[in-house]
Design a binder for this molecule. Sequence first.
Ligand code: 6R9
Length: 638
Amino acid sequence: MSNYHIKHLEEYYQVYRKSIREPENFWEEIAEEHFMWQNKWNNILSWDFSKPEIKWFEGAKLNITENCIDRHLTTRGNKTAILFEPNNPKEPSEHITYNQLSKRVNRFANVLKNQGIKKGDRVCIYLPMIPELAISVLACARIGAIHSVVFAGFSATALSTRINDSDCKMVITSDGSYRGAKTINLKGIVDEALDSCPNVNSVLVAKRIQSEINMVEGRDHWLQPLLDEGSDICEAEIMDAEDPLFILYTSGSTGKPKGMVHTTAGYMVYTAYTFKNVFQYKEDDIYWCTADIGWITGHSYIVYGPLANGATTVMFEGVPSYPDFGRFWEIVEKHKINQFYTAPTAIRALAKQGLEVVEKHDLSSLKVLGSVGEPINEEAWHWYNDNIGKKKSPIVDTWWQTETGGIMITPIPFVTPTKPTYATLPFIGIQPALMDEQGEEIKGNQVSGRLCVKFPWPSMARTIWGNHQRYKDTYFSAFENKYFTGDGALRDEVGYYRITGRVDDVIIVSGHNLGTAPIEDAVNEHPAVAESAIVGFPHDVKGNALYGYVILKDVGETRKHNNLRKEINQIITEHIGPIAKLDKIQFTEGLPKTRSGKIMRRILRKIAHNDTSNLGDTSTLLNPEVVQSIIDGHKNDE
Ligand code: 6R9
């Protein structure tokens, strides 16, 4: 029992050591005591990183929704499970109790069944942050359908790519969405996407903004009438521990997005256990994670982890700036939020607004503050600590990834002493390793290297949908017998980890992972563009912003460069979404290339950072002379 909830540092070290020495016994105890199984496992763990193949709790039978909903009904039936806070503060918030959630999920599950969705089918969910999003996720899980949530800020092209990659049969969407003062025509985006998705045969449409939309006869159905028809009892499909629960796409440094596949039992156990400890959740607490369920943070720490613990989890539909920049703090006060989990980019944006909007609100309910998505810089850390936490709420800087399913390196609040910009210690069961470029593990403290994990943990992704080879190549080939994260890190004198950023061509902009290659592909679609290279550069709110170097086909292009810049960003918006727009575009006559034709991004990065004093040896380049012209062009653009 004691291992489930860690309360002081000595206990952390003791439990950590146990989880490393006897991982199987450790996880078996947690799984045994805290979850509901239809059948127990035959084998706790089998793994082989060379294939790679990882199985946890093999042979066990369960349904995750019985763990997230049914088992709470006797003791927490009238407790709020989901607290919905709408975009417009004048609209009332909605408290959905566990009893109500149960009925709504079961009703929805019956609608899915009636539409012909079966265990193993893929269902794409493209919804704003309204209760139907969480409910449809759980309804899929109830019947064993594999959900693939696509963030509702993605474009039609990005949506159709994801629908087709995992061959989804159905799309769940809404007429539109609210985003601050704006509305977005979601159904219109779905219609456009579906022009190139021949295998989608039904679309369920939730009503949110009451807009006039086009409904395709035989394909599109309003959700509400179908829900009204159905029964609110739906028996849970019995799933194998290793049956896929969901697919979630994440950007790769090259090629199309990777559909990370998460399976059922291990994911459930790990997200529930981390949620309990990392947020020190107590029975009557109100927990709020500001992420969107379109990202892994929302899957694990708005839906599954909190609900598996019988928690009250807030879903916020809006944005931090509407109706003004005090909205987050207004919500904290209104619902007496105890745990608040957000991203550094939001903290930086809010810190810019001054303290007046913060001080208007009573934030005394807060106990724990969280940060996720990118490194939190020292200034933002202190602002958060001083003004939001009033120096009494520990900040948990949680490092993890879509691929890891759950939080990997983090302080445990009131247990681990925090240190600004450090994610601190590995969570229970996690065995990080820092590697040098020769593939050797760097032991000891005060060292830095590439961050790997050398032993499996229950919630790791098992494969990339439809491309196991790519899973192996991306994560298990750089370092033998280790999972490679793509991040660099350092370990300080006491063994605390600080994540220093990506070491590949993924750039984290406002906490969103963006691969450079797909953006370059989009830019190159512009008829005037010959070639492009994209790098990140520091941005005071977004963390990183995108800098594009663009070679035009016709060097003497007569059109105005500013018009071209707009057109290029328009293409990016259409192909990927507005989050991938370039902040700066420099037109250039060449790009520095190695003799094998690879663009030397290192040099481009330095120029974008205004750091041209030491570009390293450029003499081995195919075209060393181009470097000076890029530097000159950069200066002229400043
Ligand atoms: C959960 C999530 C993963 C990448 C990851 C790293 C960066 C996330 C971080 C962090 C420093 C933290 N990252 N948390 N960097 N400190 N606390 O964000 O998943 O969207 O897949 O991004 O985000 O670079 O590799 P995902």
